[in-house]
Design a protein around this ligand. Structure first.
Ligand SMILES: Cc1cc2nc3c(=O)[nH]c(=O)nc-3n(C[C@H](O)[C@H](O)[C@H](O)COP(=O)(O)OP(=O)(O)OC[C@H]3O[C@@H](n4cnc5c(N)ncnc54)[C@H](O)[C@@H]3O)c2cc1C
Ligand SMILES: NC(=O)c1ccc[n+]([C@@H]2O[C@H](COP(=O)([O-])OP(=O)(O)OC[C@H]3O[C@@H](n4cnc5c(N)ncnc54)[C@H](OP(=O)(O)O)[C@@H]3O)[C@@H](O)[C@H]2O)c1
Ligand SMILES: Cc1cc2nc3c(=O)[nH]c(=O)nc-3n(C[C@H](O)[C@H](O)[C@H](O)COP(=O)(O)O)c2cc1C
Length: 589
């Protein structure tokens, strides 16, 4: 019997890679799925319980009403969900797919696996034991042929790529030279980002405020990039020069050396965007995510590669099932990075064969930012509002977010700065009719997409713009305060603010912080009138943790109090708004 098929679904993949995958999926599904004896589905959830873009064709196909209930009765399957329990619809896509496959007659080899980004050990916490069970079941059905030797534990698989070092650098270009861009047609994408000149990088929070937030502007002239309010820009960050040097030092790598990357298997593609030949500096700066917290598989492979007995023993312990509490204590809780772990295991780090670097260290992922400007007001420009992530754990060094800290460190006043980026549609789309009101709720940096929407709508003469904005203090983090007030004076905007740490609110909120949801409740009659009588659209953006649930609860109580609906009817009303895209959200963890 053939080897099991694995149907993988990345969450945010874009561009040519995604198109290829979609095409491949359509062919795969329509031509082969009904003949596959065993399929492992790996799927993320995006938006608010939505399938990722590269899964949408498959989703439409698998939910076609005319599929007979015996369509997949020859198939065994397993579903591995990649989700995040801070979202209301945790692993919604995986759960729904699991149910649908059962409906179509397929047999589940084992219960669904619900990976959770919020778990201290990451998705591994559930995936590791689940994989053990999966292999057990699979090997019962498809035993390893007796003439095939089993690779003993502790022996690494061959590396996915080989690095063939060149005797001298072919082109002595700058160390910082960025991702190669080809001159193909079509808008920039993950495989061909646009190197956008950064025009300004301005701190917009007060100098004494604890949170550093930047308004960053890029020049997108001649990029082929176009966008509308609600779209998102993806930015490919790099590691800092200090970290690159430290990494090369610990691993004994010469950053100026060049190599050609070659996959061992003929059908494995090289990572998109890595130039060929490539310098060690480029590989380390643009590709290897040494600032991420390592997963258990990192320790497993590192142990296999370690020539040092004591270090190997410790690495093995950290990668074992019993060592998971220690791993949590050592890495996950204090958010220790791959680079820091490598420094803690110097004998092992110094002996890592370069061929294994891409197996050991994950690729730096692009980060999404809501576009905060409109081309109608800032032609040839793209602006974003970035909260610089910095926090403390028990480790001496503060933890810093890779992309936001990298962006904050770039200073276009000191010389030209270019940032690899591309744009994709976001989760928010605004009505085109001129007088449909929009209620936008965006505390903190959640206001970014609404700045673009307000600019776009005002430029197009669209009325009925209601913005609920929340921050701590009006003189510290009131983003675009002057702009909003100016638009209010012109009658283009109704602004409602919630300054959570200013105590100037009614006594019924005594001792309680004032958030956007309190202001929504206060203005319940207006909110109900806009939604129920004037067909308003409702938007919500920002931190995924508690705010979305709190705002949805506020809406539910408005539907009950102002609309006189029962709780179940209020829930149905909200669900209908969601279904008809009159309630849309863009939230991030
Ligand atoms: C659709 C979308 C739109 C977005 N729009 C914006 C936007 O407009 N503006 C914006 O600033 N961001 C936005 N984000 C978030 C942005 O993509 C990045 O996640 C954010 O900038 C952090 O990236 P980083 O590389 O700096 O941090 P990373 O290196 O990725 O580190 C972030 C991680 O650090 C951990 N962490 C952060 N704070 C703490 C803490 N206090 N304690 C413990 N762990 C912590 C969390 O695990 C978090 O996931 C958006 C995200 C999405 C998906
Ligand atoms: N560690 C965390 O849990 C945490 C939480 C939020 C943001 N952050 C980080 O802070 C940075 C900026 O975040 P941000 O722009 O999203 O927002 P933010 O600046 O942190 O917060 C914006 C406003 O939202 C308020 N708020 C807090 N909880 C809320 C809730 N449940 N409902 C409604 N409003 C609420 C805040 O009030 P108060 O702060 O006065 O409560 C503040 O006034 C990001 O880097 C983010 O990662 C971290
Ligand atoms: C914009 C966004 C929306 C998400 N929505 C959900 C959700 O509704 N439910 C859930 O369980 N996980 C949600 N997640 C978490 C992702 O499913 C999870 O992080 C997954 O591992 C992402 O896969 P990727 O890294 O291939 O994009 C969301 C993540 C993002 C960035």
């Amino acid at each position: 019997r053939p080897a099991p098929a694995v149907l993988g679904e990345g969450g945010l993949g874009t561009g040519a890679e995604r198109e290829r995958e979609v095409l491949h999926l359509c062919l795969f599904v329509e031509a082969n799925l009904i003949r596959e004896p065993l399929v492992v589905f790996v799927c993320a959830t995006t938006g608010q319980g939505d399938p990722p873009d590269n899964m949408k064709n498959f989703w439409r196909f698998i939910f076609r009403k005319n599929l007979p209930s015996t369509s997949l009765c020859q198939m065994d399957f397993a579903v591995l969900g990649l989700g995040d329990s801070s979202y209301a619809k945790f692993n919604f896509v995986a759960k729904k797919l699991h149910r649908r496959l059962l409906q179509l007659g397929a047999s589940a080899l084992l219960p669904i696996c619900l990976g959770d980004d919020q778990h201290e050990l990451g998705p591994d916490a559930t995936i590791d034991p689940w994989l053990g069970d999966l292999w057990e079941k699979v090997l019962e059905l498809y035993p390893v042929p007796i003439d095939l030797p089993v690779i003993p534990h502790g022996v690494p698989l061959p590396s996915k790529f080989t690095l063939q070092f060149l005797p001298e650098a072919p082109n002595p270009s700058s160390k910082e030279s960025c991702l190669a861009i080809s001159d193909s047609l079509g808008p920039p994408s993950e495989s061909q980002p646009f190197l956008a000149p950064m025009v300004t990088n301005q701190r917009v929070t007060g100098p004494s405020h604890f949170q550093d937030v930047r308004l960053i502007e890029f020049d997108i002239t001649d990029s082929g990039i176009s966008f509308a309010a609600g779209d998102v820009v993806l930015i490919q960050p790099s590691n800092s020069a200090a970290h690159i040097q430290q990494f090369c030092h610990v691993l004994g790598l010469d950053p100026s050396q060049c190599f050609v990357l070659q996959p061992r298997e003929p059908d494995v593609p090289c990572p998109p965007g890595l130039p060929q030949p490539c310098s060690v500096w480029q590989l380390v700066s643009q590709y290897l995510d040494m600032a991420s917290v390592p997963r258990r598989s990192f320790f497993e492979l590192l142990a296999c590669l370690s020539p040092h007995e004591l270090e190997r023993e410790k690495l093995l312990e950290l990668s074992s099932a019993q060592g998971q509490e220690d791993l949590c204590e050592y890495c996950s809780r204090p958010r220790r990075t791959i680079l820091e772990v490598l420094c803690d295991f110097p004998h092992t780090a110094g002996a890592i064969p370069p061929d294994y670097l891409l197996d050991l260290i994950p690729q730096i992922r692009p980060r999404a930012f809501s576009i905060a400007s409109s081309l109608l007001v800032h032609p040839r420009r793209l602006q974003i509002l970035v909260a610089v992530v910095q926090y403390r754990t028990r480790l001496k060094e503060p933890r810093r977010g890779l992309c936001s800290s990298w962006l904050a460190s770039l200073d276009p006043k000191k010389g030209p700065v270019q940032v690899p980026l591309w744009v994709r549609p976001g989760g928010l789309a605004f009505p085109e009719t001129p007088d449909t009101p929009v209620i936008m709720v965006g505390p903190g940096t959640g206001v970014a997409p609404f700045r673009a929407a307000v600019q776009e709508r005002v430029a197009q003469g669209q009325t009925g713009n209601f913005l609920f904005f929340g921050c701590r203090w009006r003189d510290q983090d009131f983003y675009w305060g002057d702009e909003w007030q100016e638009l209010e004076k012109r009658g283009c905007l109704t602004l409602v603010t919630a300054f959570s740490r200013e105590q100037t609110y009614p006594c019924y909120l005594q001792g309680q912080k004032v958030y956007v949801q309190h202001r929504l409740r206060e203005l319940g009659p207006l909110v109900w009138e806009l939604l129920d009588h004037r067909g308003a659209y409702f938007y919500l953006a920002g931190n995924a943790k508690y705010m979305p649930t709190d705002v949805m609860e506020a809406l539910m109580s408005i539907f009950q109090e102002e609309g006189g609906l029962s709780h179940p009817n209020a829930a149905t009303y909200l669900a209908r708004l969601q279904r008809t895209l009159r309630f849309q959200t863009e939230t991030w963890a």
